[in-house]
Write a new protein. Sequence first.
Length: 619
Amino acid sequence: MKQQTRPVLWIAVAVLCTVFAPQVKADVNGGWIQTNGPYGGEVRALYAAPKGVLLAGTWGAGIFRSTNRGNSWTPVNTGLAYEPGEGFVYIEVFAQKGETLYVGTQNGLYASTDGGNTWHPVSNFRKHESISSIVVIGDRIYVGTLNTGVWYSDDDGGSWLQVNDGFGPKSVRELSSIGTTLIAGSQNRLFQKRANEDALTAINDAFFVQQVESLAVMDDLLYVGAYTSEGELFKSNDEGDALIRIAPGKMGNPVVALAVFGATVYAGTYGSGVFRSDDSGDSWTTVNEGLTDRKVCALLAVNEDTVFTGTAEGGIFRTMDGGDTWVEINTGLTNTTVGGLAVIGNTIYAGMSERLVYSVNGGESWQPVKFSSIPSEYLISTLSVSEGELYIGAIRFAPQDQGGVVGGVFRLDEENNALDEVIVNRDLTGIQCMEIVDTTLYIGTQRDGIFQWEKGADPWAISRGLNGYLITALSVNGENIYAGTEDGQVFLNEGIGKPWKLLNSTDTGHSSLSGLRRIGSTLYVSFRGKGGIRSNNGGDSWTPINDGLDDTSVVTMEAIGTDLYVGTYSKGVFRWMADKRWWEPIGPLRHQVLSLVVLDDFLYAGTGAGGVFKIPIEE
């Protein structure tokens, strides 16, 4: 699936722990240890290389390889360039010419001559180009890009020329071929270039004006998946000159992936799972048994019955009976974004937008929490712990006349490993953060301000004001509520019925506020781009605290006991040394650090596209 836009959650994590002044010590291996998961994540590309090798391209963690039909996976990213300033490698497509494997990334074109063990940039191709597709026709390699159209090379990448005559749009979504004819799909057209032609020619110009999202070829048949809400699919037996609409409206979601083998066609949709046709596309059957993530991003058919599916959140699934049953096969594949962490007893909970999992063995293995009581359209936005109970803030996206982004609060039923409804759709326009003190729950929303709820109370909540603000962080101390907003402001409310006071007069450049914590009499605030500030006088004046902070784009701030930690965009975790007034680095992490907790003798970090990491600590 090419550049699919999906909503991004600003995740705020409020975790109450009673850990006393942990001091980080150096790990003998030099830093953080990646736990065994949580496995899964977004898989954008699948490819069957020679000798039984499978390659999986992820949206964030690069390439994983399997030599045992997907039963286990190993990262193979040596030589791939990370996005500047980020710990991410974005993979879009694989191809092969002779003994050379090619991979298209968001940061350029790379090749491998040793089966994917190591990769090197194709040096004569444009650097930092976003590659969407690769096709080999004879001795020629074609590359589709998201910014500069189509390129080709006749000398194995030694030199490159553009093929943009007649090709108006420069954003190529997909490339394929029928014999010696190149087929190119853009955001609103389908194009072809025959072997004896120099230019790309628009085909079906008056009829086909939709974004091409997927292409597949079976003998002389061309299949085209369009990015429409109805899930339209077309086929052609004349290289695209005439397109026939098949399965109109049946798919129900955009057709973003296609795979063919023999007379069998598989269509993957972003929301409705997988469909199969045994008659070249004339009729279709839904095949989703066991496919727990139905937002499909990639398909690979290795024979008529064995198919691999890459998904948006759940990683890879495999069927060996033509789709009648699917099994998750993610061992070793860690590409999950863990926006929230929480600890209860010896159990760690990890929240990943559409999933909640837990580990009782320090991350050696993770198990799912049942979501039977949460509607499937909900996404986890924040976790919080109170009196040994886990509370989950969740949001869902609704039509504007129904509130746009609405929210609910759920509580973990630990005995039954399931979630119970506490608050659902009660005027909560997008829950962003929660803070729980004793039996009182404080909820920060996207634009309806702050709500206060006493456990078991009815009516359910009291509005505490700040309507119209996007609340990104809360900290409560007695009657005082401190609230941070998306545009970098800090407010104080000293009791029900009293007005809110604007506290921070320090210029933060309207940088997004990412954390707000009070330790003793000191209030700490962090920003995505401006580092941190503190106040020792209730917010009357502020002092920058960025000494030693190598990355001032702070994603999360946590007070754990009397220690203050921040997770950053690209430089890992730092601990505030109050006596020295500087930040101590705690080992480098290439991934964004989104959440932090302590359990036993380890500090745990939930990351973007890297799952959970841990590092030893001692008091």
